[in-house]
Write a protein that binds this ligand. Structure first.
Ligand SMILES: [Mg+2]
Length: 189
């Protein structure tokens, strides 16, 4: 139904990795990436956790040291996102309504100067919100595997159902990308 109306090209990520820790941040910096727009739920922490663990805290410190500007963009509500982001001293956009462009655009405005879209990387765990939203906004995107799907809310489960159909469509229409990005790994059997 819905997935048939959508252009599958806009759902193909630029990278597909197991976890945020697998990102080659040095390589990204060399490629000219200056800003990271990162999803929170199931990308950084599961829905049933609230704060960053030591490994994440260290990772953010490394990113900041390397000069990356970070903004969290999440569809979750202000209180949850603020609770997570504040101790890390990282800016955020909550209730972002991804895949709409507005949350991403707001995040781009947090950068001190106008930033080129090629200098930004979005990181998230969902095809229907993170990848589609980033691509609609013209941004590069890295898709990560969701940390813990059991605790997801009904609307995320709904999106996961759509994601499975979209994966099939990508397989049919963009077989090379599907293979190279190992999107097969996301198919629930
Ligand atoms: Mg997420």
């Amino acid at each position: 139904m819905i997935e048939r109306l959508l252009n599958s090209e806009k759902f193909i990520p630029d990278y597909h990795i197991d976890s945020v820790f697998d990102l080659d941040v040095e390589a990204l910096r060399k490629k000219g990436i200056k800003m990271l727009i990162i999803d929170i739920d199931n990308t950084l922490i599961p829905y049933d956790e609230f704060s960053a663990n030591e490994r994440l805290i260290t990772w953010f410190e490394t990113l900041k040291t390397l000069g990356f500007f970070i903004v969290f963009v999440s569809n979750n509500h202000f209180r949850r996102i603020q609770f997570f982001a504040k101790p890390l001293n990282i800016s955020f956009v909550s209730s972002a309504k991804k895949p709409l462009k507005k949350g991403f655009k707001k995040a781009l405005r947090y950068f001190e100067n106008p930033i080129a879209k090629e200098e930004v990387l979005v990181i998230g765990d969902q095809l229907m919100t993170d990848v589609y939203g980033a691509k609609r906004t013209g941004l590069n995107v890295a898709l990560v595997k969701p940390l813990k799907q059991k605790s997801e809310k009904w609307y995320t489960k709904f999106n996961r159902g759509l994601e499975q159909k979209m994966l099939q469509k990508i397989k049919e229409n963009h077989a090379k990308s599907y293979r190279e990005l190992k999107l097969e790994d996301r198919v629930i059997k």
